[in-house]
Design a protein around this ligand. Sequence first.
Ligand code: FAD
Length: 404
Amino acid sequence: DAPILIVGAGHAGFQLAVSLRQAGYEGPVGLINDEPHLPYQRPPLSKAYLKGGGSPDSVMFRPEKFYHDQHIELIADRAVAIDRGALQLVCASGASRPYKHLVLATGARNRLLDVPNADLEDVLYLRSLDESEKLRQLFTTRRRVVVVGAGFIGLEFAATARSKGLEVDVVELAPRVMARAVTPEISEFFQQRHSEAGIRLHFGVQATSIAGDGGRVSGVALSDGRQLAADLVVVGIGVLPNVELAGEAGLPVASGIIVDEHLLTADPNISAIGDCALFASERFGASLRLESVQNATDQARCVAARLTGHAKNYDGFPWFWSDQGPDKLQIAGLTTGYDQVVVRGDVGQGSFSAFCYKGGHLIGIESVNRASDHVFGRRFLAVNGSITPEQAADSAFDLKRALA
Ligand code: FAD
């Protein structure tokens, strides 16, 4: 019996292996892992792990014994080609592995900064455990960091670096932080909080080159002619989905590996899930590629259900979180495309939510230090519920009543 082979042992791949066993699947399962660690969680890499003194074990999903006990074969290798006709996966080690069903859970990789001197040793990224480990060690020896990109990861890193006493500059081309992901109300709050913490934010500018001194970073030149001093540069300018394995095997790819509402590629023997998958969402009537733990794990569960005889369309409801300094941002739903924003709560007290509307219908809720609104949003929006903007703005309006 050929195994179900999973390429990539990140959030999606790991969850799929676990969910197959939980669903009672007894056939062989192989999890191809190209990283030099047991499968681990990424969110702590820019949060607790980066900040604290936890050991690498603290971010592992499970100890080695778990895989052994569950008969999940962890395969330390890298997939390099798919022979679809022969149902075989070719690996970097030279091994050809037969599969019954292949699941691509290859995730995404850092988008690289393309400016002169970006290859200097102290220009770093934050996606893997090794990168997080290296950065947290550098907190003790580095004084001034320039963070390129004010997205979630750039800001989480910036807040942690600042809390460790480093001088921090953040450079962002957009006019506000997290501009592609959140409403201006949320951006403004975080800008104020980061500024109060002593982080200097520079908007509407690009890093144009890295200045080096004897192979070491000494600064970052900006598009407006300024130069920021630095002995460390951390780049957080987004990721690129790992689609090459699929594309080279002749599977349709665009801004992700194209899958249908069942998360199947054009080949009935190959699925794709997680950060790498561009999926047909019935819920949103659009093709989406999402980068979140929720998306990776829910898609894994959906494919596990299909492979164990319980096929259903993927209908996961998106939610996300980001911890920046002492503040917790939580997002329920997809807030892109809104035409009205209503604030509930107290911005001054640092506890509020932005309720986002499109055509009078509630489509998403972004909450800052207001977990109850977020929990409401996840339950209520998942069933397409809506309350009026007036009700949302009225703190006396009981959200629980709307849920009932
Ligand atoms: P990944 O976790 O990227 O795993 C893909 C794996 O496949 C990798 O190990 C990769 O090396 C491997 N791989 C790729 N190609 C091959 C190949 N050819 N052969 C073998 N293996 C291969 N999301 C949230 O919801 N909340 C957060 O707070 C949050 N914080 C984050 C903080 C950081 C620092 C990072 C980097 C991400 C964060 N995310 C967060 C995003 C979340 O971690 C990702 O959406 C999630 O990891 C996606 O899971 P995945 O399995 O699709 O991809």
